[in-house]
Structure formats: C-alpha cells, structure tokens
Write a protein that binds this ligand. Sequence first.
Ligand code: AMP
Ligand code: GLY
Length: 421
Amino acid sequence: MKVLVVGSGGREHAIARKFSESPTVSDVFVAPGNDGMKEHANVVAIDALDFAGLVQFAKEQSIDLTFVGPEEPLSKGIVDAFEEAGLLCFGPNAKAAQIEGSKSFAKELMKKYDIPTAAYETFTEVEPAKAYIREQGAPIVVKADGLAAGKGVIVAMTVEEAIEAVEDMIGNQKFGDSSSKVVIEQFLDGEEFSYMSFVHKGQIYPMVIAQDHKRAYDGDKGPNTGGMGSYSPVPQISEEVVQRAYDEVVVPTVRAMDEEGAPFTGILYAGLILTEDGPKVIEFNARFGDPETQVVLPRMDSDFGEFMMALMKEQPYELAWSEDAVLGVVVASEGYPGPVENGNPLPNLQPLEDAGLEVFHAGTKLEGETYVGNGGRVILVTAHAKTLKEAQTAVYDQMEKLTWGQFFYRRDIGWRTFDQE
Ligand code: AMP
Ligand code: GLY
C-alpha cells in the first residue's frame, strides 16, 4: 500500500512515521513535508493547497490512500477534489469540515442535538454584541467564527476586554472574513482534554485521550499558542468521564452530521472541558490535533495502514492501544507565538535520538548538516515510558544537556497531572 500524507508540521511527521512503521505500507510520501521527515518518508514539493498538483501526483504514483493533516485544505475542499478524481482520501469534505471551519455551524449543531457545550449567542454587529456582554458579565469568551490559526479565541476576564475583542474582530476585521461573525459564549472552568476519533460511514474508533498546553510559558502563563507540549494518558480524567464524552458528545455528533446531510469522514477532534455538570465541548476540529497526535499515535499498537484500510472498507477492526505513557515537549523559536526569526541553528539532535527519544520536526530546514529553525514551533521531543513521570524525566534530562540558543521550551509539561498526585 502506498500512502500520501498532506501537510508539513509535527503532526504530519507523526502520521508519516506511524505509516512508515506499518508492515502493510510500502511507501510513504509527504507533501510538502519538511527536511526533518526524510528519514521516514519521501518528501514531495507540492503545496497542501495545490489540489490539482496533489491529485496528479497521487494518480501518477498510484497512491492507495491520501491522509490530510491540516484544516485549511479540508475546509477548501481537498477531499472533494480527490473524490471527483476517483481517489481515496481520508478527511471530511468541505461541507463536513464546517464543524471546525464555522464555530456557529458547530454551536447550532450542538444546540439542535443537545450536545453539551457552553451557552452562546452569535453576532455580526458590534452594538448588540456589546449589549450582550454587558448583560452576561465577565469572565466571558469571544470567538471568531471562521478559521484563525488558533488565535481567534479571547478568554476575557473583564467586560472591557471582551468588548475590545468584539470591536477588533467585527469592527476592525482583525481576522478578515473569519471574524465578521463572532460567537460569544459562557466561560467554562475545569480540566481540559482532547478526545479524537477515527470516523467513517457511521463507524467510530475513539483514541486514547491527551492533554495539550496552550499557553506559551511555564505555569500556563503568556499568550495562547498552537500548543507547547502534550501527554497521554491523562490520569486525572477518569474512564467514566471518557465514556460519558463518547456517549454524550462523540456518538451524537457523528449521528447529527449524518442527519444534517453532512456525513463526517476523518478525525473528529473534540476539545472538552470537565465541568461540574460533566464534559462539555469547547471546540471541534475536523483533523488530528497538533501536538496531541505526536503523543497519541505512538500509543497505537495496531498496524496503522491495515487499520486505515479496514476503516475505509467498513470492515470491523480491533484497534489496540498501549498502556504506556508518552510525553512531548515543543521547542519554539524565540518570539513565538509572535513573529520569529528563521535560520537560527538548532543543536545537534542526534544525542536525543540516541537516548531513545523521538524527535518530530515541525518547522526545520537542513542547511548543510545542520537543522535551522523555519517557523514558530520547530520540533517536538517525546519520550515513551511506563509512567508519565518517567517520560517527563527522560525528556528533560536529555533536553537540558543541549544548548538551545535562540529557542525556548516549557519546563513543566504534564504539571497538572503531577500536581494531583
Ligand atoms: P480553542 O481555540 O477554541 O481551543 O480555544 C483556545 C483555548 O481557549 C481553549 O483551549 C480553552 O483553554 C479556552 N477556551 C475556549 N472556550 C472556552 C470557554 N467557553 N470557557 C473557558 N475557556 C475556553
Ligand atoms: N492542539 C490543538 C489543536 O490542534 O487544535
């Protein structure tokens, strides 16, 4: 079986790597990929939004399955383009990808089908939005309706902050069209977790859960980022809570998409928060999470290629997961999530791999023999161990031996779980 992975980040490195370990898979291609993936896949210089180019490549290479990583090509219809060409592509079509691409679509779906989430209202005008904020009071959450690369959410601790967010988003079009509509929702308090499932034609295969660290600095301080590290399992979230999330969120959402004439194929990512009233949805994504994938996929004991083919052919499959723990730490360029300088050299990463750690490349480039930074999040380093504590110790012991120069990483990935021990 030949597989094409679309995308270029750490998530796609993890997907490509898992396919490369599958006895069923003979060739793995990644487009556009990055230099750091070359050990696990053939990197092909075709942009993730060049659908015609990707379709042509898949035909020429007789690709059996294309697996799409990021949200943008999904929202723009990459799956529709592959299907029109008669090719197998795993991901939601443009209509179903709205569950991530339009927050108001997702919220209306949840309201209609009684799926637990924060109470909300949708606005396209500044004045009624402000009146609603004043009436509700703070804390309150303002979200751009469309895709905004994880930056379109403001958790406002004061009424003034929320009003400013509305003025920025609707008034000043901060995210262009993506914020001409906003969702304003109730602030929820509790432990967060990411629960992802493989979905196709009504079949649902849930994965083990993970927890992300969204803030840039230690102690969950600083601005929101794409994610600075993650780990799996998440012991402070019980099996009962996960089962409840499956029954009350995942299954009803998949059924609701069928009802709405937008059947979902792909990875359904539920971002959940455990409130006093049980798990509630913060967001849906229509794809694998980054960096959650890098700690979840390594725990899959099954043959990934074989499983994907069974899923697409609607044949039952026993998906197996390891009890082990995986913990991963992101290394980012100084200045991230703001503007960063590319081209700074990374230390030699070989000692990390020699010590048994896995390095996933997100934004690197090879210059001669040296990897240099090429983006905000640069690499993610993970350890696989019997316990989370052992995994955390293994990662940091090795990372601390290297000199990171113009790069930084959080030193407390996993803190919420250790705090509760
Ligand atoms: P999102 O991009 O939708 O995942 O939101 C980014 C982060 O904002 C989440 O990981 C939460 O920490 C926070 N957040 C989003 N919605 C809410 C909410 N309703 N209540 C509290 N925090 C929220
Ligand atoms: N790590 C969160 C996301 O992928 O959206």
